[in-house]
Design a protein around this ligand. Structure first.
Ligand SMILES: [Zn+2]
Ligand SMILES: [Zn+2]
Length: 340
């Protein structure tokens, strides 16, 4: 029997379709697929590779002297521009705001053929520090209402360049998707006096069947109502509305768990394409009690089609519990990227 499951926080329903059930290992990329570590170390045509840097676009680098480990640059083809004047035009049914905002790229490593799964925890921590520092800078611009951190890895996930990078967009509006999630969390808090995300995390820790990894400060689990296979949330144990309120110790611990989870995906599924997003409170909601920031990892293993478009609902052909058990079974160690 198929079943419908609801995400308590977002109220979104999914169909877990057992009739078309697919085993988790069936999602591994085929043998002929070129894994990230099999790419070239340096690409002369890559704008993010060492010696090809476009210095006029740079907004930050670490370390500040000598060879860089992580850089932030303004996107050469930005979706939004910092220099614009903020103007609103509401004319009948037409609403328009000038394209004010930030669109930056975080170049995560000097090597072309690496990815977070292959980096050391210290290197991942440097990437998270860059997110944090650029985030505060952007957040301090009073025109900005929402910061979205995301990463596209692999062509099907929307990455146009192999070189490891993520993106930060500062928006002059709060997107409706985020507004809806904020409203749902507020409603739950009003009804019960509890944070819905804390409730979900506690429940996952008690039930353990969907857990992927647990560290001192974080819990990683496959979502109970996962819309797609291997949809993972990494939740901070400490209730906090925003990534901007994390401590250095928490970011260091986040680097550890992120490395473990992404290594499990890399090794278990042969470097699948994925999107990673940081879900953090809107700038004007950073003082509330009911939101709980977290990271979401969505491997791109199945295609969405008309049903998803027409309903906003997904059909997931794999049990989240089986995906979690599969990932728990992937032993990660120092030797990364092996096909064995
Ligand atoms: Zn490169
Ligand atoms: Zn919470």
């Amino acid at each position: 029997m198929p079943e419908l499951r609801q995400n308590l926080a977002t109220k979104e329903w999914v169909i877990i379709s057992t009739d078309r059930a697919k085993r988790p290992q069936a999602y591994a990329q085929p043998e002929h697929y070129v894994l990230t570590h099999e790419q070239v170390l340096h690409d002369l045509t890559c704008p993010f590779c060492v010696t090809n840097e476009e210095l006029d676009l740079e907004t930050a680098r670490w370390p500040s002297f000598g060879p860089w480990q992580v850089r932030a640059v303004v996107n050469k083809f930005p979706a939004l521009m910092q220099q614009e004047e903020l103007s609103r035009t509401f004319d009948g049914a037409s609403r328009r705001i000038s394209g004010v905002g930030y669109h930056e790229i975080v170049i995560e490593h000097p090597h072309h053929n690496t990815t977070l799964a292959l980096m050391t925890a210290v290197e991942i921590e440097a990437v998270l520090e860059m997110y944090y520092n650029r985030g505060w800078d952007i957040r301090n611009d009073p025109r900005i209402r929402q910061i979205v951190y995301f990463k596209n890895h692999g062509e099907v996930a929307g990455a146009s360049l192999v070189h490891p990078h993520s993106q930060i967009i500062g928006l002059p509006v709060v997107p409706n998707n985020i507004r809806q999630r904020t409203e749902e969390a507020r409603r739950y808090f009003d009804d019960t006096g509890e944070c819905v995300f804390c409730v979900m995390t506690t429940s996952e820790r008690e039930k353990w069947e969907r857990l992927v990894s647990v560290t001192e400060h974080f819990v990683a689990f496959v979502l109970y109502a996962a819309p797609t296979p291997f949809n993972i949330w990494i939740m901070p144990k400490r209730h906090s509305v925003s990534f901007m309120y994390t401590t250095l110790e928490e970011r260091s611990d986040l680097a550890q768990i992120l490395r473990v989870v992404l290594q499990k995906l890399y090794q278990g599924l042969n470097d699948p394409a994925f999107n990673l997003v940081v879900r953090s409170a809107p700038v004007k909601e950073m003082g509330n009690d009911y939101l709980h920031w977290h990271l979401e990892i969505v491997p791109r293993l199945s295609q969405t089609a008309g049903f998803e478009l027409g309903s906003g609902m997904f059909i997931n052909p794999t049990f989240p519990e089986e995906c979690a058990a599969f990932l728990r079974g992937v032993v990660v160690g120092e030797r990364v990227g092996s096909r064995e």
